[in-house]
Design a protein around this ligand. Structure first.
Ligand code: KIV
Length: 269
């Protein structure tokens, strides 16, 4: 069986990293697109709370509710057979370990194999709590969109020495708490490369340079759709080259695996 036909499981993430195989991840929110992603080389599908911005039309991810993620996860799970499905905790749903567990059970029962959670700090206890209860966790650090008010906008994180050191510590802490995957968003490329080298778990970058173990984009950005939001520099329209939705997914997967994406023009220094 070729690599592209395998059904992804959580232990395969670490094996892919050990084999030097880049992980290809995209967001998705419905069954039809999930089928196209699944058939065209996408390894991991994230039912992200970005759906608040690109599907629901909000200005941020903050209005998304647990039932939204559960609904879209179930739709994606009906469409994707092979890719590993990851469901995102919406804002305020992972405030306590018990609350997070209740939401995570809904996501797993809807068809996810893993849940994603923003931040470290008090979230470390939640990561431990979930992992001890057989719920695999993906952490998300750097430009965490749920922190938009604290950051004062969607701003690159880790530019100053102290912030970079804190991010390195958080990356080690989430892995130590049991996370099996780490998304790094909006981080200078050299810092993301350093974190990846030190991290015991695979990293997935978005606006974090080519030094991560894999890459993720929001599906609407990859297809060049105008979502009404400012387009960050790390976004690339793959539909223009790919010629069709399936072709765009294949072009993205090939560019991630070859290391051609992201290029320097899509990264922060
Ligand atoms: O919600 C989302 O789509 C995400 C990705 C941008 C990583 O968190």
């Amino acid at each position: 069986m070729s690599e592209l036909q395998k059904t992804w499981t959580v232990p395969m993430l670490a094996r892919a990293r050990a084999d030097g195989r880049k992980l290809v991840m995209l967001t998705c929110y419905d069954a039809s697109f999930a089928r196209v992603l699944d058939d065209n080389g996408c390894d991991l599908i994230l039912v992200g709370d970005s759906l608040g911005m690109v599907v629901q039309g909000h200005a941020s991810t903050l209005p998304v509710r647990v039932e939204d993620i559960a609904y879209h996860t179930a739709a994606v799970a009906r469409g994707a057979r092979r890719a590993l499905k990851i469901a995102d905790f919406p804002f305020g749903s992972d405030g306590s370990p018990q609350e997070a567990h209740a939401a995570a059970v809904r996501f797993i029962q809807a068809g996810a194999s893993m849940v994603k959670l923003e931040g470290a700090g008090h979230k470390l206890e939640t990561i431990r709590y979930l992992v001890e209860r057989e719920i695999p966790v993906c952490s998300h650090l750097g430009l965490t969109p749920q922190s938009v008010h604290r950051f004062g906008g969607f701003k690159v994180q880790g530019r100053e020495d102290a912030a970079a050191a804190r991010l390195c510590e958080e990356a080690l802490a989430v892995a130590d708490a049991g996370a099996a995957l780490l998304v790094l968003e909006g981080v200078p490329a050299p810092l993301a490369t350093r974190i990846t080298a030190a991290s015991p778990i695979p990293t997935i970058g978005i606006g974090a340079g080519a030094g991560c173990d894999g890459q993720v984009l929001v599906l609407h950005d990859l297809l060049g759709l105008d979502t009404g939001h400012r387009r960050p520099k790390f976004v690339k329209d793959f539909l223009a080259d790919g010629g069709s939705v399936a072709g765009a997914i294949r072009a993205f997967a090939a560019a991630v695996r070859s290391g051609a994406f992201p290029a320097a023009e899509h990264s922060y220094e």
